[in-house]
Design a protein around this ligand. Structure first.
Ligand SMILES: Cc1cc2nc3c(=O)[nH]c(=O)nc-3n(C[C@H](O)[C@H](O)[C@H](O)COP(=O)(O)OP(=O)(O)OC[C@H]3O[C@@H](n4cnc5c(N)ncnc54)[C@H](O)[C@@H]3O)c2cc1C
Length: 487
């Protein structure tokens, strides 16, 4: 199958998927104001990957079809392969300024991780390992965009899945048939779900004996009968013009609560079935979680670079750029952004080759993610501190720059020393949409929780840190010879 173009992607979205907004079913997400521009942003990614000039950077040859396919589906076997994945994702992330988190390369990483270590799935039966490899190949060779929902709904976290007030609240198996299984219940939180082709359902929360019905891993087409998506409030609906909402209007990838209403899944798309142990191992005994989140960090580093650029441009406009205290604060912002870039590179270089695939460094990844919850807030705080009233002392909308009644005052009093009023307002709108608008606020929540709550990520760090080596130093210090003893 030739590389997918943006136009083909957009045309494929009108497929009968059930998306509900404001009490009504959305007829075609590619045309609805809430999703249209975000869909176009994804379409542009497919066009970037399909451009002949980008062939080497963005594609590799499918070992099955001999056709070029997206590098996001290349299972890294060497450090150089992982670097190539980074360059692929960086190119895509730059096209969205790091503001779309779950572009098709995110879940692609998870399936590369599954297919690289299929033995984990074979513990539940060889057919499941075969299924996951075949689905990975299908995603790769058909250039599919898969979103995922792998967290149970926040209904009652004090009880395990099987002890909820209704056994079909959490998405789980309600019927086993000769040709497949039937799933009912809800799962959160499919970012990009309304824009994707397929949905991956599994559970990353720890499950316990008794929770077997919820211990699955499978994929369903997004238009599968019974699959319903409930996106949160879309910000693009409020973004009445792209000048005042330059980011909300283009990059709101949406986050959907997913409801399975007796969704049939044929066996070939089931990769784990009622198996608590394999359900746990899929995340920690394959490279799925580290590869998927490698993309997340590549995207985040691009986003931080964008933030640093915006802040620096703001300082130039306010005339504060040369003030030493401002440079100190900008130095802190740049240091934090550089730490994230350094951790990303370490994630690659410290990785190890084992059983024929590359295992990206879990410790560096989880350390970066664990602190992202706090450090992201610190970086935004620096920019707010430097802004003063810059986001607020602006005209109410683009109309004030165009109306004969207001334009003269706006142009005279709202300009900066280095730019005219229109350029200054355009820049400040970018910054406000980045950190102050509803879109910006959702982004802060995203950076805190996209990879799970930080108390869980810190536990991952705890499990991966080399306590033995740290303890050996303590033993060596305790065993120091008495002062004055002969060496
Ligand atoms: C914008 C956004 C997009 C997302 N996109 C996706 C996606 O595409 N796919 C997907 O599957 N998931 C996605 N997620 C992540 C996911 O759905 C959850 O939000 C995330 O894993 C956190 O789980 P939770 O919301 O259930 O919070 P909880 O687990 O309920 O935690 C909330 C808070 O409660 C406290 N807490 C709870 N339990 C404990 C405990 N035992 N010890 C200490 N403190 C505790 C902590 O303060 C914690 O931060 C996304 C999240 C956000 C915010």
């Amino acid at each position: 199958m030739p590389l997918r173009t943006g136009a083909e992607y957009l045309a494929s979205l009108n497929d009968g998927r059930q998306v509900f907004l404001d009490g009504e079913r959305v007829a075609d997400v590619s045309k609805h104001k809430a999703f249209r521009e975000a869909a176009r942003s994804v379409a542009r990614l497919y066009d970037i990957a399909a451009a002949p000039d980008n062939r080497e950077l963005m594609t590799f040859t499918s070992p099955k079809t001999g056709q070029p396919v997206l590098r996001a589906f290349q299972i890294p076997k060497t450090h150089a392969d992982l670097r190539q994945r980074r360059l692929f994702s960086e190119k895509w992330a730059e096209a969205t300024f790091g503001l779309m988190g779950r572009t098709p390369d995110h879940v692609a990483g998870f399936f590369c991780g599954y297919a690289g270590v299929p033995e984990v799935f074979a513990k539940g039966g060889q057919r499941f390992a075969d299924n996951v490899v075949a689905f990975y190949e299908k995603m790769r060779d058909e250039h599919l965009y898969v979103s995922y929902a792998i967290v149970p709904p926040q209904i009652d976290r004090s009880k395990p899945a099987h002890k909820q007030s209704d056994p079909a609240l959490y998405a789980g198996v309600v019927e086993e048939r000769g040709d497949g299984i039937v799933i009912s219940g809800a799962q959160q939180l499919a970012t990009g779900g309304v824009l994707s082709d397929w949905l991956h359902l599994s559970c990353i929360h720890p499950l316990q004996p008794g929770d077997e019905n919820y211990a699955n891993c499978l994929a369903v087409p997004i238009n599968a009968p019974g699959l319903k998506l409930y996106p949160r409030r879309p910000f693009a609906l409020r973004a009445d013009n792209a000048f005042d909402y330059p980011l909300s209007s283009r990059f709101d990838e949406s986050d959907s609560y997913v409801v399975f209403d007796k969704v049939f899944v044929p066996w070939e798309h089931v990769f784990i079935y009622r198996n608590v142990e394999v359900s746990r191992d899929q995340w920690w005994k394959t490279t799925a979680h580290t590869l998927g989140n490698h993309q997340a960090q590549v995207r985040y580093v691009v986003k931080l670079r964008f933030l640093a650029g915006l802040a620096q441009r703001m300082n130039e406009m306010t005339g504060n750029v040369a003030a030493p205290p401002v440079q100190v604060m900008m130095g802190e912002l740049a240091a934090l952004a550089s730490i994230y870039e350094g951790m990303l590179l370490a994630h690659e270089t410290v990785s190890q080759i084992k059983d024929g695939v590359l295992w990206p460094s879990a410790l560096t990844l989880y350390s970066a993610m664990a602190m992202q919850s706090e450090l992201n807030g610190r970086m935004l705080e620096i920019v707010r501190e430097l802004a003063g009233g810059a986001f607020i002392t602006l005209p109410s909308s683009l109309a004030d720059l165009e109306s004969p009644q207001t334009v003269a005052d706006v142009e005279r009093y709202m300009r900066s020393a280095s730019t005219d009023a229109r350029s200054k307002v355009a820049l400040m709108r970018l910054l406000w949409d980045f950190l102050g608008s509803e879109f910006g606020a959702r982004h802060q929540q995203y950076e805190k929780f996209y990879g799970g709550a930080s108390f869980l990520v810190k536990q991952n760090v705890y499990r991966n840190f080399d306590w033995k080596r740290a303890g050996a130093l303590v033993d060596a210090a305790l065993a120091l010879p008495p002062l004055g003893a002969a060496d």
